[in-house]
Design a protein around this ligand. Sequence first.
Ligand code: ADP
Ligand code: MG
Length: 283
Amino acid sequence: MAFTVQDCFKEIGRLEKLLSRTIEGSDVDRINRSEGKPVTVSDDTIEVLTRSLYYSKLSEGAFDVSIGKVSSLYNFRDGKELPDKDLISDAVKHIDYEKIVIDGNTVTLLDPEMMLDLGAIAKGYISEKLAEYMIDNGISSGLINLGGNIVMVGSKRGEDFRIGVRNPESADNTPLGSIKGEDLAIITSGTYERYIMAGDRIYHHILDPDTGYSAETDLLQVTIIADRAYASDCDALSTTLLLMGSEKGMEFIKGIPYAEAVFLKTGGEILCSSSSSKFEIWS
Ligand code: ADP
Ligand code: MG
């Protein structure tokens, strides 16, 4: 039978059913309900977790998928109120990626109250795997967009794809710039899409594991560009750099040879980590 876009949606659904924190019976849900007992999960979940732990170590815990107990307190979709501050201060005690133990296909949480949330990396992982799945099924040209996670499959029939990077401050949707290429992953995280307005402050959805509140950052948006095979890494990195802010983030990304970053600072300044950046400012 011919391969269709419906097969792609099925593959996305298959992975979502493993990795989502909010789907009952998913691998992540079973781990979160395990109360410290070992849980056997799929190869995909192990792969995402292994990569997550890599970025946790590299970022010294700024990126931490054991943030679930805190992130699940927030309602960023239509919430108007912050969670109770005592709940937050209790929940941050249960964030510690070093207490996630992987042994073969078994995951054990050494802190039984800990909860995982793969939200910072799962979309990147799914887009990476979907691209491979499409290629395995004979697709030589395609474009995947999972909520701001862009992955190019091959080229645009022999020509470069051209992807616009959004400027969240532009009233008329003029992009910040564009990126041309083939087989690239382009992944953006921002502080402006999901947030809670409380008092006169904006609380966005990228959280500081030390405080349980939105990370203090001078960045409005971070875009990571790398080869398609690094899409999950790009997703982890976009979240990590946003947390770190421009100075620390710039230093961090310069130590990673396979990816570059484009920062948009609050106030409008654009910074590129690579002198030969694939990003071209819109003009
Ligand atoms: P988006 O999902 O909007 O594309 P990100 O990739 O930046 O954005 O991921 C944000 C999500 O990451 C949050 O919704 C939450 O699930 C999770 N998260 C928040 N803070 C952290 C953190 N410090 N470390 C790891 N994951 C986080
Ligand atoms: Mg991310």
